[in-house]
Design a protein. Structure first.
Length: 70
């Protein structure tokens, strides 16, 4: 009976260790996802700064022309 209780304690401790390991890995995945999203956003912003979208330029020019003629 004592042997069974010892095995149960070991199994419970192992499960707790693995649950903590799983939580740690999930947190790491969440952080990796956030960093990936931030990288994509930064890439998009850098691209727009280096190569402004034609539609934005046309839109801006149209607004400027409309304002000055009014």
């Amino acid at each position: 009976m004592i042997h069974i209780m010892g095995d149960l304690r070991e199994t419970a401790a192992e499960m707790q260790r693995r649950e903590q390991e799983l939580r740690d890995k999930q947190e790491q995945l969440g952080q990796a996802g956030k960093l990936a999203t931030l990288g994509e956003l930064t890439t998009g912003v850098a691209h727009e700064l280096n190569n402004p979208s034609t539609t934005s330029a046309c839109s801006w020019a149209t607004r400027s022309t409309s304002s000055s003629s009014a």
